[in-house]
Design a protein around this ligand. Sequence first.
Ligand SMILES: [Zn+2]
Length: 282
Amino acid sequence: MPHREIPRASTALIGGSGTHAIDFPEALQRADVEIHAKEVVYSTPFGDSPPMNTLRLGNGELVLTCRMHGWRSGTTRKEASQQLFSVLREAGVEKIIAEGGVGTVHADWAPGSVIIPDDYLDWTARRDTALSDDYLLIMRDPLCKDLRGALAEAAASRLPDAALITGGVYAVTDGRHFESRAEVRALAAMGADVIGQSLAPEVYLAREIGACYAGIHQVVNRAEGVGQDWSHRELRSIFHERASLMGNLLLDLLPLVSGRETCGCRGLRKKTLIGPDVPGAP
Ligand SMILES: [Zn+2]
């Protein structure tokens, strides 16, 4: 039975493949994070939300978390994204951090490297995923510079041996399949550094609800046609071996992001100039 009471939370964590291999965050047994609510499904105008956890930080703040929200059977990834962001909007979330795995188009970026991208290419067919028609969304600086700074800080202390790439272009594809060699060549020619399946539509929905958004992404393989063919074993071992590290990094990060406000993210959402409710519209 879905709950209707959505808690107030300033921050949200959208989990991906990086922490999927562990029971996050319980498996990390952190004294500074308490599970406030577990696997709660909320009612939204777009259908029942994916199961979500609420964490309570040492400073009393609540954080909403959700894992792999687009992969429920019987629910499209568009619907899942709308449900999730509808909950985040109602909760009053202002900062959203995402994590997940990506492939790289660069032969010299080893699996295990970590990237905090600052731009994206949307190569999906889901561009109309929105909660309303109310806003003009300006995607000039799509990934929050304050959150990226905090992510880089947390990554440098938790992953000192991993190559940390700050900045770069994340190309988003629909999946669920990976890309062909020709698609990888095309995406690289267009400016992609890494390829993944989650940054859009999240980046649009975050802007629509007025929240800052940024992500940290582990390189889990070289994309097709880049260097030697990757092995499934190598991919699997990164998912499993790095999950605790990534989980701890994200928990380290949560207290760092509250209160930061030098970015201009909120100013990049404007009231729409078109539509039936706008004066002068036909
Ligand atoms: Zn911001």
